[in-house]
Write a protein that binds this ligand. Structure first.
Ligand SMILES: Nc1nc2c(ncn2[C@@H]2O[C@H](COP(=O)(O)OP(=O)(O)OP(=O)(O)O)[C@@H](O)[C@H]2O)c(=O)[nH]1
Length: 464
């Protein structure tokens, strides 16, 4: 790894650290970026223990930089340590993978789960079901015939995004404690009304989980027949539209129930969903019938697999900047859930789909969540890139739901890869740029009120 790699991250992270005044510290794997206040409101805590769990050895002294993510070599050791600066490649990640299945009510989550459980994949899966409401219906719907399923655990009386989040932590911790080695994968089916963000954050913020379990991916079911209606729903100010959020955070999107609508409608919906999330892979299905490796073992949060999302074909077409109203962004995602979960069904919306072209960017009630992808060749000036990304996250981490990127820095022989979820940021040198390989930067942002032109302009201004 080139020494410059450490400089890059030092710079990124250094900026972050300067903003984080409460001495949370800068730790590998989970880096709290500038918005400490919002992070605190979300109940975030980033602990040094994460570092201990993730790193091959302990550090001494102040850590100004640590890169994260699994590198290929188990013998990888910190490659540079000067005055506390460390560029570390950590050993392969042997933690138990966990998949979140989300999707609006009735979109087919249980159907997919049954498909997963009855398929012959040899994996031993622990299932955590999160039912909203008192009656645990899904428990009885999960197929009797199960292949190697170790546990099905119900989380009742609440949704994962609020009170039950503590239960989730407890249950996963207990699973790991009591049954480690007896299962290979955890699948969490959320209620249809859950916002995945806090669940995702749980995997980074809870020490007890982070050490043993890693988030593998978010799989979102989209109901081909009803999704538009839910995506269109207008929520009270500061309340998230769960259907939109579920799409926005996904690594895999399954547009299900395609048997219930015509091809044109499906095409238009696919375009719409892609304009919200141009990073996820998307498949159209009936009864959740997908290959299991499409939903399990996808490494959606792994740095070494960034390429599969930022290089996804078609992503360039998806960087729609949606016209939208100016929303108040002061809300906290964790706090968006004390609303009752009634649907705010509403009257007819002027929802214009252009079936022929599939470009439906003039939703009257567009919630303003969209994807922006930037692809361009060239080398970045380290200082400028640092300033740009640091400032962006400082100012916009509430709005930036997910981001991933591969970037080329002047003088750095390795690619630099990063991914983030709000104010969690992971970055690491990846592999060397190959001889003759164009040094193409690829970045994808998913978030609220993103201005594609402004982002692209800001990024390009960092190029030499
Ligand atoms: N026609 C059709 N029906 C489907 C399809 N997939 C699932 N269903 C049916 O849709 C209904 C809801 O499916 P579920 O799998 O229970 O959906 P869910 O997302 O788990 O629902 P909630 O738990 O209520 O949020 C069931 O009756 C399924 O059999 C499909 O592709 N086509």
């Amino acid at each position: 790894m080139a020494a410059i790699s450490s400089d890059l991250a030092t710079a990124f992270f250094g900026l972050a650290r300067r903003q984080v005044t409460a001495a949370v510290g800068v730790w590998p794997q989970c880096l709290p970026l500038p918005h400490l206040s919002s992070a605190s409101r979300r109940g975030f805590s980033v602990s040094p223990r994460h570092a201990a769990a993730a790193l091959p050895r302990r550090r001494t002294g102040p850590c100004r930089f640590a890169s994260a993510a699994a590198a290929s070599s188990p013998s990888s050791a910190p490659t540079r340590e000067e005055g506390g600066d460390v560029a570390t490649k950590i050993p392969p990640d042997n933690r138990i993978p966990a998949t979140i299945i989300t999707g609006f009510l009735g979109s087919g989550k249980t159907t997919l789960l049954n498909h997963i459980l009855t398929a012959d994949h040899g994996k031993r899966i622990a299932v955590i079901e999160n039912e909203f409401g008192e009656v645990d219906i899904d428990g009885s719907l999960v197929a009797e015939k199960r292949t190697g399923t170790e546990d099905i655990i119900m989380l009742n009386n609440g949704c994962l995004c609020c009170t039950v989040r503590g239960d989730l932590v407890r249950i996963i911790s207990e699973l790991v404690e009591k049954k480690k080695g007896k299962f290979d994968h955890i699948v969490i089916e959320t209620t249809g009304l859950a916002n995945p963000a806090p669940i995702i954050q749980t995997f980074y913020s809870e020490d007890s989980i982070f050490a043993d379990v890693k988030l593998d991916g978010v799989v979102t079911l989209v109901d081909a027949k009803h999704a538009n209606f839910h995506l269109d729903e207008v929520k009270p100010k500061g309340v998230v539209n769960e259907a939109v959020e579920q799409v926005a955070y996904a690594d895999r999107i399954i547009v299900n129930k395609t048997d219930l609508v015509g091809k044109q409608d499906v095409t238009a919906l696919v375009q719409r969903v892609k304009s919200i999330n141009g990073m996820a892979h998307l498949k159209q299905t009936q009864y959740g019938k997908v290959d299991l490796d499409y939903v399990l073992g996808i490494g959606g949060f792994d740095l070494e697999r960034i390429e599969t999302s930022v290089g996804a074909e078609g992503s360039k077409d998806d960087h729609a900047h949606s016209e939208h109203e100016d929303h108040d962004h002061d809300h906290d995602h964790d706090h968006d859930h004390d609303h009752d979960h009634d649907h705010h069904h509403h009257d007819e919306h002027e929802h214009k789909h252009d079936g022929a072209h599939g470009h439906d960017h003039d939703h009257t009630h567009d919630p303003g969540v969209s994807s922006v992808s930037i692809v361009c060749e060239g080398n970045l000036n380290l200082d400028k890139a640092n300033m740009w990304l640091g400032t962006l996250l400082l100012e916009r981490s509430d709005d930036i739901y997910r981001m991933k990127g591969i970037i080329s820095v002047d003088g750095m022989s390795d690619r630099f890869v990063f991914q983030g979820v709000h104010d969690i940021f992971q970055g690491s040198p990846d592999r060397p740029w190959r001889e003759g390989e164009p040094r193409t930067n690829k970045l994808v942002f998913i978030g609220r009120n993103l201005d594609a032109q402004e982002l692209e302009k800001g990024f390009k201004a960092c190029l030499l």
